[in-house]
Design a protein around this ligand. Sequence first.
Ligand code: HEM
Length: 225
Amino acid sequence: MKTSTTGGRMRIWDSPVRLFHWALVALILLAYLTAEGVVFSMDAHVLAGEGVLTLILFRFFWGLVGSDTARFSQFVKGPGAAIAYLKAARAGEHHPHLGHNPAGALMVLLLMALAAAQAVTGLFSADDILTEGPLASLVSSSTSGLITEVHGFLFNLLMAAILLHIAAVVFYLIVKKDNLIRPMVLGVRAAIPGVAEPKFVSPIIAAALLALAVGIVYGIISLGG
Ligand code: HEM
């Protein structure tokens, strides 16, 4: 581990995580606006969903072999650590974290799981008129109908989780005076005394994993003929 904290700042998020995050935000917004009929057609909705699936698959790979702050093994600490963190936070303690804090980590996993479930159910969904997910033809129309209902229900859960996520980020900004948004944009934050900079893995490996995710999702979609 390096201990360099150039100019009182330290790098915490690599470019793959940041690109993943903001691309996910853009695609979920696009999926929402297309589903509501505000922009483009439902074809764009299906493409946005396939894009979300690709991003989540990429992030899963990156969570296994990516940079320190991206790795599940580094930031997933379990409910016990999350509760202890929240209790300390309630008592007024605030220790900035290198990457996700234990409670934020659970939220991050929930967001990823809901986004993945939303995209996977979308593959099998159909509106009985014009739009069909790429794998809807592989299941009966009653099964597809049921999955479509789950797809709609999950959307509400995802929206609730996103609102909570944004509220938490705004809470940190205003109450804790800890700006988490800037690092998610620029990659750097104010140095945390006594904490070393994390280890970063080359973005070339991330690009290869993204290509692998694209290939896998393309293969899955092709199963629908
Ligand atoms: C404008 C709205 C949003 C803002 C300002 C925002 C901000 C942030 C910030 C600051 C973090 C890092 C938190 C930390 O330091 O631990 C983060 C992480 C994350 N956010 Fe958001 N977010 C937004 C919208 C969304 C949306 C719509 C999603 C969709 C599901 C999302 C999913 C995630 C995920 C999965 C992570 C973890 C990133 C990773 O480890 O790769 N965010 N967000």
